[in-house]
Design a protein around this ligand. Structure first.
Ligand SMILES: [Zn+2]
Length: 406
């Protein structure tokens, strides 16, 4: 029997006493008319003012939320490629039409310096990206292309996210979202791949380690693909806990449970390779049973999020069934972890997400959570013919045992 929306009791999903408050608080978020078809907008409540527990966990009012955006990101011209400029055009249009944009604090991006990029990438890789763009563009592999404007866009993507992370770390902002492209989490030290040129989140994390002397950074990657480049960057670094949920087996092939870090970094990589057709309940359960105790043990000083929205059911690149409401629950968990563990410091960066409507509404919902809103509309709530979700119990037990999450 597949889990239902009514089967979200904390007893089912959170055996840890330390998780109970968080679990109860999240459970208070209710979905009205959750059986609505795809054509029926659904109103999603983000908080329950009657709940003492929710108010304890809720962030303070008047959250100052930053948004990194600049038209330079549209200059990464990929043509008919799935990762194209219409993604950001669709998101920014919705943020403007919904009045959300004016509630955010603009963070004008600056280009990453060569010194910042060198914290993650080889000099050869940086100059190759520059050279390909300056020659008018070209392909790095079968998936990954650059145009004449891609080098500038990529510099501003890594630099914009780094600036946002620093602003949140230093308390100038409460939280932030970097609406950037090209995305970054597949890019390795020496290679552009998977639509990514520079690894934005790895550069930002390294920048924080160096500029703000941050010693414990949690990177959560809920893109439907495994962030191989991010994992590789921090595989031996005990100061960065990298947690990823991803469809598996799937591109790029990495992200098995056994990939758990090496040397001093052993244990600070946590992979949750998910079978196809996972939906809201499965992701929620993974976050509660694996991420929450791991984060509570790690005690991060800031949480960075590789926010890919390509596990949405309407996204044709993957075989997952998340809804916007499902993403919202995950973001609420992240916000509550940040509130509990690191003064609310939470920074999102855009990775994947290729159905522009689902992507735009998911980003808007994420920002609604960061702003402390109590409700939002999801115009495309559920697939009309959902597939049976897989059972994750044995796999989660294996991950909990490997990482000694009791
Ligand atoms: Zn992806």
């Amino acid at each position: 029997m597949s889990p239902s929306a009514n089967d979200r009791s904390p007893e089912n999903h959170s055996p840890l006493a330390s998780n109970l408050l968080l679990s109860l608080a999240i459970t208070e978020m209710s979905v009205r008319d959750s059986r609505a078809g795809t054509g029926q907008p659904q109103s999603v409540l983000l908080t329950d003012p009657a709940s003492d527990i929710m108010s304890l966990a809720a962030p303070p009012e008047s959250m100052k939320v930053g948004l990194v955006y600049d038209p330079v990101y549209l200059q990464h011209d990929t043509g008919q490629h799935p990762e194209n400029a219409s993604r950001l055009v669709g998101i920014t249009r919705l943020l403007e039409e919904s009045g959300m944009k004016e509630r955010l604090t603009e963070i004008p991006p600056e280009p990453a310096s060569e010194g910042q990029l060198l914290l993650v990438h080889s000099a050869q890789h940086i100059s190759r990206v520059q050279r390909v763009a300056e020659s008018g563009g070209g392909w790095f592999d079968a998936d990954t292309v650059a145009s004449a404007g891609s080098y500038e866009a990529a510099l501003h993507a890594a630099g914009g996210l780094s600036k946002a992370a620093e602003a949140v770390m230093t308390g100038v902002l409460d939280s932030a979202f970097a609406l950037v492209r090209p995305p970054g989490h597949h890019a390795t030290a020496t290679r552009a791949m998977g639509f990514c040129l520079f690894n934005n989140i790895a550069v930002a994390a390294k920048h924080l380690q160096q500029s703000s002397n941050v010693s414990r950074i949690l990177i959560v990657d809920f893109d439907v693909h495994h962030g191989n480049g991010t994992q590789e960057t921090f595989y031996r670094d005990p100061g960065v806990l990298y947690f990823s949920t991803h469809q598996y087996p799937f591109y790029p092939g990495t992200g098995a449970i056994e990939e758990a870090g090496e040397g001093e970094g052993k244990g600070t990589t946590i992979n949750v390779p998910l079978p196809a057709w996972c939906g809201d309940d499965e992701y929620y359960r993974v976050f509660q049973e694996i991420l929450v105790p791991a984060a509570q043990r790690f005690q991060p000083q800031i949480i960075l999020v590789s926010a890919g929205y390509d596990a949405h059911w309407a996204d044709s690149i993957s075989l997952m069934q998340l809804t916007v409401a499902g993403y919202t629950r995950l973001v609420l968990i992240l916000q509550q972890l940040a509130t509990e563990l690191c003064h609310g410091r939470l920074v999102f960066t855009l990775e994947g997400g290729y159905n522009v409507e689902a992507l735009a509404h998911s980003v808007r919902a994420t920002l609604a959570v960061l702003l402390g809103d109590s409700e939002f509309e999801d115009p495309m709530p559920r697939p009309s013919h959902p597939r049976k979700a897989p059972e994750l119990g044995a796999m989660l037990e294996q991950i909990r045992a490997l990482h000694e999450l009791s």
